[in-house]
Design a protein around this ligand. Sequence first.
Ligand SMILES: Nc1ncnc2c1ncn2[C@@H]1O[C@H](COP(=O)(O)OP(=O)(O)OP(=O)(O)O)[C@@H](O)[C@H]1O
Ligand SMILES: [Mg+2]
Length: 396
Amino acid sequence: MNKKTILAIDVGTGMIKAFAGRLEADGTIVVIGSGAAPTDGYNKGDITDINALAHSIRQAIDCVIMAADNQPVGAAYLGIGGTALVTDNCVGSIAPAIPGTVSQQDVARACKAAEFMINSDNEVLHVFPVKESPGLPGEALEVDAHIVSASKSTLKALTAALAGNGLHVNGIVSSSVMAAEAIKNELPVQADNFVFIDIGAGTTDFVVYVGGRLCFSASLPLGGDYITNDLMQGLTVNRAHAEEIKRYYSRLSPDLRKQGVVLDCNDYGTTDKHISFDFLYDIIESRVDEICALVYDYLRPRLDKQLADSGQAIERIYLTGGCGTMPSMVACMAKYFQIQAEPVKPKYLAEEYAHPVNTVCYGIIHYGAGAIVREPVTNTTPWNLFIHKAKRLLRI
Ligand SMILES: Nc1ncnc2c1ncn2[C@@H]1O[C@H](COP(=O)(O)OP(=O)(O)OP(=O)(O)O)[C@@H](O)[C@H]1O
Ligand SMILES: [Mg+2]
């Protein structure tokens, strides 16, 4: 098997997207096969039917294998998001190896200490050091770490269900963290303080960077499905037809408003769907505004907290995900946050794949290929487990 080929699987609320690809020495990713399948048994991070989900994932992978002409598709990594993930900012404290100095190893040890604060029912997926204390002589080193974890029992059940479908998973990761970490080095305008927002079908995921460091990530149950559902009800069309109308609308200029424009929104089997642009605008833009307002209300106080010590400000918002491509979503985010917002897509992918919805798979291939630095991994020796339990008992 070609060890450098990675099978990246993005478990989304709407679709499972999968890529088999290789990271080349020049930084480009060569995709040898891609596939997608409608998601079943998973909604906004909540696994409602594990066997149905495993079956959907299998279908997407079968498409990849077919597209790759049965070449080996490599080590598999699965990206999840929404409520499946728990995020915390915890402080780990250790005595530096050399008093008065702070080494990388000290920071890694302090991150491991911070992991002890995480609920022991959860498995740590990612740890990012956010801020270190100065590490003065005679003082403990304190590291504030951002930790992403997921329920051990859910991960175990998912891994087992996938194994039952003939798929061995090498790692489970946070979709949004993978996307943000891959895209942060190829932003159109390099910024130190920015928010990466992925708006999908069911969830809006954020990753916040301050001073170039990942310091916070979270998810809200908001996405394009709300708009699709409104269109289904407002226009009495089925889901597939509503999706088509939404995509058609998002290609049109908002200048068509108040011009008396009527759009032919008919599909197979309909003849009566001549819809005024203004009617579509009212349905879609009221939801877009609501999503942006909720994101702003959630994020603003958290950003203020992250930025409080530094005296810095968020410079830009970068958007991905299917809904992040909507021009009105981009404009509305910019309006609420009063900073520039722009959609981003993978830079080093062939044109046919370089779309914002593929950013998660792009990030997972980078991660699998080792291009995204792996965070310190919890060392689960019996001795460490004993210390962990003792600390929990003593609440230290
Ligand atoms: N061109 C477009 N214009 C408007 N909406 C779009 C467009 N392309 C995709 N979408 C919407 O984006 C959503 C799907 O995006 P995406 O594939 O990122 O979601 P997902 O990963 O399946 O879900 P989630 O990440 O929320 O769990 C759907 O609501 C779809 O209608
Ligand atoms: Mg997604």
